[in-house]
Design a protein around this ligand. Structure first.
Ligand SMILES: [Zn+2]
Length: 293
């Protein structure tokens, strides 16, 4: 397929590396079972405490920018580690406070989480994020509207394309830019294993690392061939372990061996896409829009 998107700098394709720094937040924290499961807590805490610095060192070595979606409970408990993300020039963005399931919450509850998160980002990191990745894999009917109220310009939550796309939001002319992610680039799908609680359910082993690398490289190769954009769903606590760093590094080496890739933070991808002419679903940016808006 002929590449049709004129990415910045004449690049053929775009890669927005993204990490979800969940720490110990998530279902077990939300239902209270984490209190009786210190081993599970430490599995999560390993992410910001021990794994994150490895990711930052790797990104510095490869001179690559990235976006970190961070539940603000993690920022409250590891502020120094999270500050290092900003100091290295990367982006931080919304991911709930305790990794709440947004699609199960009413509008007031979602607003409460966003209000609290916004204050924590401001008070502890001095930033006002413009991005959001839903921590639950889905959202409610009013979520895009609520995100707009809090100054969110893009989301990386949906699966509807392999390029960014506009999401119309009533009453908000700019709407949202969606930067879709995919399970194929989620390290949980191949590398996570937790016995109690068993998560992911039914997964009784991890995939061979060489196979995971081959899969991820194939995903990039396809995206690059067609001139698309690709983002990742990597979790430091899952991937950034001593035996797995070589896998991550080989993945980055494979992509950076191509000189015509635009590596960008998600916010930069969203800004770029926002200034393109509006498109109808299924259209490439270089095609004439069938209708305005
Ligand atoms: Zn997450």
């Amino acid at each position: 397929m002929r590449p049709s998107i004129a990415w910045p700098g004449g690049a053929r394709s775009c890669v927005a590396l993204a990490f979800d720094l969940d720490g110990p937040t998530g279902d077990a924290m939300l239902d209270g079972s984490l209190k009786g499961n210190p081993a599970y807590f430490t599995l999560g805490a390993y992410g910001p405490y021990r794994a994150l610095p490895r990711i930052l060192t790797m990104l510095e070595t490869f001179r690559l920018p990235a976006t970190f979606f961070v539940p603000t409970w993690v920022i409250e408990h590891w502020p120094t580690q999270c500050r290092a993300i900003i100091e290295a020039g990367h982006e931080v963005a919304y991911h709930g406070h305790r990794h709440e399931l947004f699609w199960t919450l009413d509008d007031a509850q979602q607003r409460e989480i966003m209000t609290r998160s916004q204050a924590i980002f401001h008070d502890l990191l001095g930033v006002r994020p413009v991005g959001f990745r839903t921590p639950s894999g889905d959202w409610g009917a009013q979520t895009p509207d609520i995100l707009n109220e809090f100054g969110v310009r893009y989301s990386s939550s949906m699966r509807g394309d392999d390029r960014p796309y506009h999401v119309a939001v009533d009453g908000h002319p700019q709407g949202l830019i969606e930067i879709p992610a995919r399970w194929e680039l989620d390290d949980y799908a191949s590398l996570a294993y937790q016995r109690a609680p068993d998560f992911p359910r039914g997964l009784d082993r991890t995939a061979p690392y060489a196979q995971v690398l081959a899969n991820w490289c194939a995903e990039f190769d396809g995206s690059h061939e067609e001139g698309l954009s690709m983002t990742t769903l990597l979790h430091p606590k899952v991937s950034a372990r001593p035996g797995r760093m070589a896998l991550l590094e080989a993945f980055l080496a494979h992509m950076t061996a191509h000189e015509d890739v635009w590596f960008a933070r998600c916010r930069d991808v969203a800004e770029f896409w926002q200034q393109l002419p509006a498109q109808s679903p299924g259209q490439s940016p270089d095609q004439e829009p069938r209708h305005a808006g």
